[in-house]
Design a protein around this ligand. Structure first.
Ligand SMILES: Cc1cc2nc3c(=O)[nH]c(=O)nc-3n(C[C@H](O)[C@H](O)[C@H](O)COP(=O)(O)OP(=O)(O)OC[C@H]3O[C@@H](n4cnc5c(N)ncnc54)[C@H](O)[C@@H]3O)c2cc1C
Length: 362
């Protein structure tokens, strides 16, 4: 039996991967916990857009995970999870922003990727509903998207079908685990290994239970869903401060704010203002867009910007998978694969060992 803590995208992907490799699993989560990052996320699968200088290990991890997503595109459940093969346009509206996207283009070329530069007219010929203030764009093919709420439902249904158990408790503040004996709120379970995938809350559980704490902090984010009368966009569109993901039924997901607000999980007025005012800069006719909803979630951000995936030094049967920050949806499949290799005691490749807690001597 493998016991997983946390039923966000990371815990659910891990659970399904382990069930598929023949393990029994129980997932624990806490009732009424607000601010799951997965529930607020937009679901972009865009490693090249997210790539930053000096983060090659992370980019390679994102690219490996993207390959697993690309395999899902060939499967017939792709519509059930809103998985779309589309591309991304990174748009500039002035000289400064054009410099910045040209810098990104050069950076990607150094990595061996060759996005196309599109002029004002070329950009508008691909996306005619963009505002006329658009200056230029770069076009990155095959930077896809998935719909997190549909994906979560799909994973939960699959886990249920394969007899995985999901238990919600009022509180889980401290657990005890040694020699396969796991105590959760004083109830005993047999567990070969446990997986901590509580996103931004992982540190709380690890610190209370095992006196282990990572250099990690919560970063709040809000995303919004709007609807237009007719289809406006074909591709994912990235502006300087926000991005848009066109969905079915003319829905458009808009991401995202990034704020140091601790574990605050309610949507505040400044977040509504930020997303709608930035949107107005690119799409002034706001009166033509229906507001559907807005959600806030807490991302877990490790000090070096990379997720923590692997076993703890103090007990190799305690596995960590958290700290996925802005890219947890994209990184969920590869994270599940790595954790499954730890569980099945397979050899971990050097490029994945890099993400283990050992880099913090923990
Ligand atoms: C606004 C926004 C937009 C984003 N857009 C994208 C995007 O486009 N593409 C992308 O790849 N990523 C995106 N992300 C990032 C992505 O959502 C996260 O990296 C990912 O969802 C993290 O998943 P998780 O399972 O680790 O955490 P979470 O989804 O936060 O799940 C953690 C779970 O642990 C549970 N938990 C807490 N404490 C305990 C406990 N003590 N015991 C048991 N369970 C517990 C919580 O209740 C929760 O269910 C976005 C995030 C935000 C906020």
């Amino acid at each position: 039996m493998i016991v997983i803590f946390g039923s966000g995208i990371i815990g659910l992907f891990t659970a399904l991967q382990l069930l598929n490799s023949g393990k029994q699993i129980i997932i624990f989560d806490v009732k009424d916990n607000k601010g799951s990052a997965t529930d607020a996320s937009v679901g972009m699968l865009a490693p090249l857009i997210e790539a930053k200088p000096y983060e090659n290990d992370l980019l390679n991890l994102m690219i490996d995970s993207k390959k697993i997503w690309d395999d899902f595109l060939k499967k017939n459940f792709k519509d059930e999870i809103g998985l779309k093969k589309n591309s991304s346009l990174l748009v500039s509206i002035n000289e400064d922003e054009q410099e910045s996207i040209l810098f990104k283009k050069k950076f990607l070329e150094k990595l061996g990727f060759f996005p196309k530069f599109l002029s004002h007219n070329e950009t508008l010929s691909i996306e005619p509903n963009l505002n006329s203030n658009i200056r230029s764009s770069i076009f990155l093919e095959n930077n896809n998207q998935v719909e997190p709420p549909l994906l979560k439902k799909f994973l939960l249904d699959q886990i249920k079908e394969k007899k995985g158990e999901l238990i919600f408790l009022k509180k889980i503040e401290k657990i005890n685990f040694s020699s396969n004996n796991l105590y959760v709120n004083e109830r005993k379970y047999f567990a070969e290994k446990i997986v901590i995938s509580c996103g931004a809350w992982s540190n709380d559980l690890l610190k209370e239970s095992f006196n282990v704490e990572f250099p990690m902090r919560p970063i709040k984010g809000a995303s919004m869903l709007i609807k237009s009368k007719e289809k406006l966009f074909t591709n994912n569109i990235w502006f300087k401060n926000i991005y848009l993901a066109p969905r079915i039924n003319n829905n458009i997901a808009i991401g995202a704010t990034e704020d140091e607000k601790g574990f605050e999980s309610s949507v505040m007025l400044d977040e509504i203002f930020f997303l709608s005012s930035k949107l107005w800069e690119y799409m002034p006719e706001l009166e033509k867009l229906e507001f559907k909803n807005i959600k806030a979630g807490i991302r877990s951000n490790v000090i070096d910007g990379k997720p923590i995936i692997g076993s703890l030094k103090c007990n190799k049967d305690i596995l960590c998978s958290f700290g996925h920050y802005r890219n947890g949806i994209l990184l969920a499949p590869i994270s599940a694969e790595i954790i499954s290799n730890y569980v099945l005691e397979k050899k971990i490749s050097n490029k994945h060992l890099f993400f283990s807690p050992k880099r913090f001597n923990l």
